[in-house]
Design a protein around this ligand. Sequence first.
Ligand code: SAM
Ligand code: MG
Length: 228
Amino acid sequence: SGTTRPMRILHYVQRSAKCGDVLSVISAIDSFCSKVEWAMNVGDKKGEILDAVVLETRPRYVLELGTYCGYSTMRIARLLPPGARLITIEMNSHYAQVAKELFQHAGLDAQDKSAEKRPAGPTCKVELLLGSSSVLIPQLKKKLDIDKFDLVFIDHWKVSYLPDTRLLEECGLLKSGSVLLADNVTCPGAPDYLEYVRNSPRYRSQYFPSQLEYLQVEDGVEKSVFLG
Ligand code: SAM
Ligand code: MG
């Protein structure tokens, strides 16, 4: 009724989550999406696998493909030290706008000048790029002054997982030890991507079984270490 699901998520967060408290924002989104309306966030179950991979990788430069409302972005951001950088790419301008407002509520907005006057927070800020991954990936080195990514969370449309991975390789954005973490490789699935990372000698790949966000449906994430 005149509103979108991302807007309903945003309004719920603004009503119920503590300002500047990223954990409170994350758990408000989880409770809204498990009790009121399903949404395509990585969710709390697979989110724990994402958290563990972030913590063991200890990345300085992180790229996320597919922001949506920024749920996974916020999960990652809260685990990064202040010197790290987190770039997230979203092609839908309405989703990107909602994500920015959620980052602001959580105190993670890089554009929020009032945040700079506060004492340095425990987490890094989020840099959101609006556009299609296939257009933006070749521009990242110049745009961001970043040479290689330590961690890439792949969670946009499933047909783009493989072509964008090949593009990251071609653009020289991966180094030996870079970790790719791909969501939804079982549901809805990304078979050509899985076939590639599991059979290419350039990757060491591992599946983590779990469940689809907010539902008792089998899903999982694939962690693939680029070997160079
Ligand atoms: N990572 C988010 C989370 O867990 O909270 C969920 C992302 S949602 C599953 C996928 C998003 O990717 C959608 O918002 C969609 O608009 C965006 N998207 C799909 N294909 C894209 C592309 N080629 N470039 C940029 N964004 C894309
Ligand atoms: Mg997903």
